[in-house]
Design a protein around this ligand. Structure first.
Ligand SMILES: Cc1cc2nc3c(=O)[nH]c(=O)nc-3n(C[C@H](O)[C@H](O)[C@H](O)COP(=O)(O)OP(=O)(O)OC[C@H]3O[C@@H](n4cnc5c(N)ncnc54)[C@H](O)[C@@H]3O)c2cc1C
Length: 281
């Protein structure tokens, strides 16, 4: 059974030898066997547990906006690499009136972000069209713009006494390869598998052996993806014609080599490695 306490503020968290508890702002105290921190990048549960975290800032900001456009995206996501950062178009469902929609995630240098956000709709649209060419025909409208600072963080461990971290609470990466959500889903799937197996054997969910198993399963995969993503971000950020020519050569090589291309596509879809049962659809 799931007890759903939406929009509650947690005022106190406790992890004792045999149980955990969370006290809500309305005074209710919830008791359980295991605490899971899934509060995203700024996880207060992780910080309160004193888990060491490595982090740095890319001095990049992602500008997000919804676009409607003339041609269908045919369910294809596009990513165009500029030295300031990637310009990504992610397919969204058509509107009820049939207009085609995509989400724009445009990475700009931090120093250009405020100016880009302040552009008039017309000027913003012109900049967007300049960068995406005729991929989707003409852009018919641009929705409200918002922005996110882009940074990297990785925790030294993803478990503690009766505590497990999942998703961005444990690791935050640059969206250049669109892997953040995949990593989080794999964390959740692995944790569910480990807890279900342990409970079948009579262990309780907060058992240290089970948390250790979860850490071993997910620790290396998320670290490797984080490293690869950080490397890609730096590689694509190197300015100049030579760097650009080398990147083109590499991409063309991947395009011409089916085994490599399949490997990169599987990595991007997050279906490589030891997949949890939940994700083996
Ligand atoms: C610009 C941008 C583009 C991205 N593009 C992609 C992409 O194309 N593909 C991809 O896979 N990933 C992408 N990501 C990454 C992806 O969005 C994250 O990895 C994913 O959302 C992490 O999920 P999460 O549930 O761990 O954290 P979040 O999505 O941050 O969710 C955390 C939740 O916890 C809640 N919360 C926070 N604090 C508290 C509290 N104290 N008490 C209770 N609740 C709390 C928040 O309200 C929120 O609902 C992108 C990220 C950014 C910034």
């Amino acid at each position: 059974m799931i007890a759903w306490h939406a929009k509650s503020e947690i005022t106190r968290r406790e992890r004792s030898a045999h149980s955990v508890s969370a006290t809500l702002a309305d005074g209710q105290t919830l008791h359980a066997n295991l605490m899971i921190a899934a509060e995203g990048r700024g996880s207060p549960t992780r910080d309160e547990a004193g888990i060491v975290i490595a982090k740095w800032d890319y001095s990049h900001r992602a500008i997000i906006a919804g676009l409607t456009h003339e041609k269908s995206h045919e369910q294809v996501a596009w990513e165009i690499f500029y030295s300031a950062g990637p310009f990504a178009l992610l397919p969204m469902l058509d509107l009820p009136d049939g207009r085609h929609r995509s989400a724009l995630v445009w990475t700009v240098d931090e120093k250009d972000a405020a100016g880009t956000l302040k552009l008039s709709d017309r000027a913003f649209l012109a900049e967007v069209e300049k960068r995406m060419g005729d991929i989707f025909g003409s852009i018919t409208s641009v929705g409200p713009r918002s922005s996110y600072p882009l940074g990297f963080h990785h925790t030294a461990k993803i478990v503690d006494h009766r505590l497990a971290l999942v998703g961005d609470a444990a690791h935050g990466i640059h969206p250049i390869a669109g892997q953040g959500l995949n990593l989080g889903l794999r964390d959740v799937g692995a944790l569910v598998d480990v807890l279900a197996d342990g409970m079948r054997l009579g262990l309780e969910p907060g058992d240290a052996q089970l948390l250790d198993k979860y850490e071993k399963w997910r620790g290396l995969d998320s670290f490797m993806v984080a490293l690869a993503t950080d490397g890609l971000t730096r590689l694509f950020g190197i300015p100049g014609k030579t760097a650009s020519a080398i990147r083109r050569f590499g991409m063309a090589g991947v395009q011409r080599t089916p085994v490599l291309k399949d490997w990169f596509m599987d990595e991007a879809r997050g279906v490589t490695g030891d997949m949890p049962e939940l994700l083996k659809a």
